[in-house]
Design a protein around this ligand. Structure first.
Ligand code: UDP
Length: 240
């Protein structure tokens, strides 16, 4: 029998950092990029509608970038948004080479290289089974790509926002620093907000809470994680 995914439409948020080469520090590592795209293809192949929101932190992060480079916060933020477009192009190219039909949409119009973000058009692509990459964040400074992911998931009516991170869920304390850290299977939105969990910023959390959009926080380190998650396996931490 055909594998039956639990979720029909998902938005997957990938931090820019997931593309980085761990050894030499290069912002976009071809092998890593390919491995991620293969993970996406696994769920695309079983008919899950996938929207990707890509970050830009591997190339430029607004706030810290602005402090270091001496540019204004808003200028730094636009630089960060442009970084997400660079990552989006890399993802698009790689997915296409794997035989995935994909459209890149940018919140900041850039006619030569991406469609402008148009909700109805994006939804149509998803319905037709095309992967949509949402680049350019929300198109506004002072926001994050996590918030962009929460926004795109809400507006496209996704069943779930999947947030791939370095750790395999939400812990009571930093598991990289404490060996006795305990992982939660489930965290209510309100706790995530109150505890200011570093997994996502509060703007993103509150948008999800208001729109009753569940968030799954998990690690992409083990291959097959996205697939297992869309099949309804209980991996990571569910925020709802
Ligand atoms: N950014 C922004 N508005 C948005 C999304 C992103 O100004 O709607 C800027 C912000 O400066 C941010 C940078 O783009 O630091 C890169 O995005 P983010 O830090 O969310 O990327 P990630 O950490 O996921 O790689």
């Amino acid at each position: 029998a055909e594998p039956k995914p639990k979720y029909k439409r998902i938005i997957l948020k990938l931090s820019g950092e997931v593309l980085r080469n761990a050894q030499d520090g290069e912002p976009i590592d071809p092998a890593t990029l390919k491995a991620i795209c293969e993970e996406v293809k696994k769920v695309y192949d079983i008919g899950v509608q996938v929207g990707l929101v890509i970050g830009g932190g591997n190339i430029f992060r607004g706030l810290s970038g602005a402090e270091m480079k001496g540019v204004d916060r808003t200028t730094g933020d636009y630089m960060g948004m442009l970084a997400t477009v660079i990552n989006g192009l890399a993802l698009m190219d790689c997915l296409e080479k794997l035989g995935v039909t994909v459209r890149l949409q940018s919140a900041i119009p850039m006619a030569k290289l991406a469609e402008p973000f148009i909700l109805r058009r994006a939804t149509r692509h998803l319905e037709r089974g095309r992967v949509v990459i949402f680049a350019g964040g929300t198109g506004n400074p002072y926001f994050s790509t996590d918030t962009a992911a929460a926004l795109r998931a809400s507006e496209t009516g996704a069943n779930m926002l999947m947030k791939a991170t370095k750790v395999d869920g939400i812990y009571n304390k930093d598991p990289e620093q404490h060996t006795d850290a305990v992982k939660y299977d489930h965290v209510p939105y309100i706790d995530a907000l109150r505890d200011r969990l570093k997994i996502m910023d509060s703007t993103a959390f509150s948008l999800c809470m208001e729109n009753k959009l569940p968030i799954l926080v998990f690690s992409m380190k083990e291959p097959g994680s996205i697939y297992r998650a869309v099949m309804g396996e209980e991996i990571g931490t569910l925020v709802d």
